[in-house]
Design a binder for this molecule. Sequence first.
Ligand SMILES: *Cc1c(COP(=O)(O)O)cnc(C)c1O
Ligand SMILES: *[C@@H]1O[C@H](CO)[C@@H](O)[C@H](O)[C@H]1NC(C)=O
Length: 471
Amino acid sequence: MSRLFAFLAFCSTTSAFAPSMTGNTRSSDLCMANPTKSVFLTPETAKACIECAGGTPLYAYSLEKLEESANACLAFPNAYGLTVRYAMKACPNSSILKYFSSKGIHIDASSGYEVRRAMAAGIPAEHISLSTQELPADFADLVDLGVKLNACSVSQLERFGKHYAGSGAKVGVRVNPGVGSGGFSKSTTSFSKTNVGGPSSSFGIWHELVTDGTVPAIVEKYGLSVERIHTHIGSGSDPEIWQQVATKSLSFCKLFPDVTALNLGGGYKVGRVEGETTTDLQLIGKPVVEAFRQFAQEEGRELKLEIEPGTFLVAMAGALVSTIQDKVITTGDDGHTFLKLDAGMTDVLRPSLYGAVHPITLFPASGNTGDVGDETESVVVVGHCCESGDLMTPKPGEPEDLAERALRKATIGDICVMDGSGAYCSGMSTKNYNSFPEAPEVLVGKNGETFLIRKRQSLEQIYANEIAVEV
Ligand SMILES: *Cc1c(COP(=O)(O)O)cnc(C)c1O
Ligand SMILES: *[C@@H]1O[C@H](CO)[C@@H](O)[C@H](O)[C@H]1NC(C)=O
């Protein structure tokens, strides 16, 4: 794989955005020309991916888009050095891990299994940082290999301390700074599925336990050295709140004289459809540079900055390519035209889970741009599971409600491209529900060449671990 990436080192900078429409659309809006390109696929390249994978559904990843986002993260403003970590839970395929690694990006792992998976992909242990909700039983083996552990609860810190008592072992501390920010909620303190900071969140050590001396006492008791402070407040963070938290996080660094790096997590929003904005990393990073400089003046320590985006690095670099396998209508006031895909929540769960809106572009089955036509139709797009929640066009932010979308008028057999499916899709879905196999993955090179990076799962693989018992 690395040879492939070296070979494709050229980068162009188109950022064509899918002009798909969202929400309910009246028929008077239906006269716009149909798009002939999604974020990175044309009818021709979509068809090439289908041939490469031997059918649909499949995930396509754009090497060009991966490079664009990697370069943007590596240019994050910093005062005294930067480490970018890829939050691999967003899309854990080894080809993508290896690509980012070749760009000098390190890894943020969210479980012991992710650490082992990254190492199996050839990522050096020293390049992996682990912040987990469940401390693995073999955490010390990982740490001894060079993995950097961030204690995410008082009990994790205690367990680490007991194992390494008196050795001066280096550890990181993940702090819950008291506020959070999730993509689908305005509140910084209430519960939301993507908010991982504040009193409604179980992630990290509550900030008061850091400032009231509890954490420093544990560190002292076991003779540990806290070298990293870590905060991550949520996926889809509001830039203003993110900056506030960045400044607040520096105040935790003051309490531990050995701290050399502050990790500010990820959560940089990506606009998938019109009306959603993509975080300007240069803009949010600038005030943080100032804050690090001020800290250095006051404390005499030049802290290294770490960021660990998942979404930002991969969201727009991935698309789910499927086939419209059926079309049904209901009539009356609440009637709709439904397009059924040969994919669904088994591949992209975000619409059902969060009410997330993904751009959708429909191409003709022929894979010829010339056949796109200009007829449009207002439709509801659904997945293939026997589950009414398997909905691809929810009302924005409301997974319980559907919305119509004006799309190219399609027939059975046409191609559906669902963009913005690089992050939290192939890695997070109801895979194997209804016994649908995991979809294959195709990497699209800069000249449109296609490479199969994961095969379609076989039926046997779905039930391979089942054990027959006589009852
Ligand atoms: C999930 C996660 C990230 C990445 O979040 P994004 O919103 O995808 O950028 C970063 N750090 C930690 C600790 C995480 O759990
Ligand atoms: C990811 O891609 C590699 C090919 O580079 C493949 O061997 C591997 O099975 C894939 N892993 C997963 C789980 O997607």
